[in-house]
Design a protein around this ligand. Structure first.
Ligand code: FAD
Length: 393
């Protein structure tokens, strides 16, 4: 850290303190770099999110946050309305449920405990200017200067606006009702329902005391999604007892876009880098993964002046390339949800493959290839009956 005309010259400025920003600041701070982490919100802040984190994020979540895992996901119900139910029993966990408000607050507090990181909450970033020697960040509390910057300011990212292709992103919409679980044995399982939302799916994600009920839909259905969430809740007797205390929707940027995610001194991570899985709407695991890659790229840049250029390519190879195929798959699935449900989630073998994709053990390309190869034997794995149980290793 050196002095400049604007005061302190930070090694790195991180904009946004969600999972992506906190993790980037955590890795950079732990490597000894002086980091300024800025968020417009004062924490705890509410981020509409169902709080399902798959095991893909496990390598990046510090042990100090594990007590915030409110449930471990072994059992999942996949349904076509109440009359067609597939119960998956997964021996290895698929992931965990967290309450985002508490998880993000604890994450930020952990990062704040590093002597190398300074956190500024309630500080909206209004503009970013990059020149040959530094990046300047204009905020409500003054202008700050850094040698490099991570844009992790979410789907409405101010930083991402500097980049070509920003206006060509594609979005889906998600809306959630957040409520208290009814007392006693309520029988609510982690659930995905394909019959209730055109162009997407509905979910119920129970936690320790709370439950997130919501819908993930294509952008063209965004207007109806609030009403559909209400109908979804009332159509399931298990969900009717949840006492809803707040509700909100938000946009999600679909992964699979080929555009730059770095400049000479800036990298984008998480939702700012469109890292959302087009099939599931999952973004937290990719927020961790992209910020890990971002921190590694910035570390190399700061320590040995290596250009950040490889970052966009890495994102393309790991995230946006595979998600291009996932976009096509989601178009097929949500364009023909009844057929997709019957083919995929009424077949024991394909259910197992799908769980492997969720766990990060198989890619979408692998899922398609395996499905094609398994065609001759698929009928032997078909499930019959209103309610079926599938064991997944
Ligand atoms: C209804 C809904 C349900 C979802 N459920 C799931 C789920 O169950 N599992 C899952 O994996 N994903 C889910 N997602 C997606 C997930 O929430 C996001 O992908 C994830 O939060 C991305 O993390 P992030 O750190 O990139 O961005 P965010 O978590 O959005 O954090 C961005 C931060 O930047 C700050 N910020 C924004 N603008 C500025 C600015 N100008 N200046 C300073 N700070 C700024 C914000 O205050 C915020 O704290 C869901 C999304 C929605 C909408």
């Amino acid at each position: 850290m050196t002095s400049s005309s604007l005061g302190t010259m930070w090694d790195a400025i991180v904009v946004g303190a969600g999972p992506a920003g906190c993790h980037a600041a955590w890795e950079l701070g732990n490597r000894g770099w002086k980091v300024l982490l800025v968020d417009r919100a004062s924490f705890p802040r509410w981020k509409p999110c169902a709080g399902g984190i798959t095991v893909k994020a496990a390598p990046y979540i510090p042990n100090e946050l594990h007590h915030l895992f409110e449930r471990t996901i072994h059992e999942t119900v996949i349904s076509w309305g109440p009359d067609r139910v597939t119960r998956l029993h997964c021996r290895k966990p698929v992931g965990w449920m967290v309450h985002r408000e508490e998880f993000d607050q604890a994450h930020l507090d952990l990062v704040r405990s590093l002597a190398t990181v300074r956190v500024m909450e309630g500080t909206p970033v209004r503009g970013v200017v990059e020149d040959n020697d530094s990046v300047r960040v204009e905020t409500g509390a003054g202008t700050f200067q850094g040698r490099a910057l991570v844009g992790a300011d979410g789907v409405e990212s101010v930083v991402a606006r500097l980049f070509k292709g920003w206006d060509q992103r594609e979005f889906v919409a998600a809306f959630e009702l957040e409520g208290w679980l009814p007392a006693g044995d309520h029988g609510i399982a982690t659930q995905f329902d394909f019959a209730s939302f055109p162009g997407g799916y509905g979910w119920a994600f129970p936690k320790r005391r709370r439950c997130s009920i919501g819908g993930y839909v294509g952008g063209q259905y965004a207007r109806q999604v609030r009403e559909q969430c209400r109908r979804f809740q009332s159509s399931w007797s298990t969900l009717q007892g949840c006492e809803i205390y707040r509700q909100r929707g938000y946009r999600l940027p679909l992964g699979g876009t080929l555009r730059p995610y770095n400049s000479s001194r800036i990298v984008l991570a998480g939702d700012a880098a469109d890292a959302v899985d087009p099939v599931t709407g999952e973004g937290i695991a990719q927020a961790f993964r992209t910020s890990h890659l971002a921190a590694a790229a910035i570390d190399r840049f700061l320590s040995c002046d290596r250009a950040l250029d490889g970052y966009s390519w890495r994102l393309w190879k790991e995230i946006h390339g595979p998600f291009r195929l996932a976009r096509k798959l989601s178009g097929l699935m949500y364009g023909h949800p009844s057929a997709a449900f019957r083919l995929m989630f009424r077949n024991r073998l394909l259910c197992r493959y799908f769980v492997r994709v969720l766990r990060g053990e198989m890619s979408y390309a692998g899922l398609l290839a395996r499905t094609v190869l398994a065609m001759p034997v698929l009928p032997a794995y078909r499930c019959r009956g209103a309610e079926v149980a599938v064991e997944v290793p």
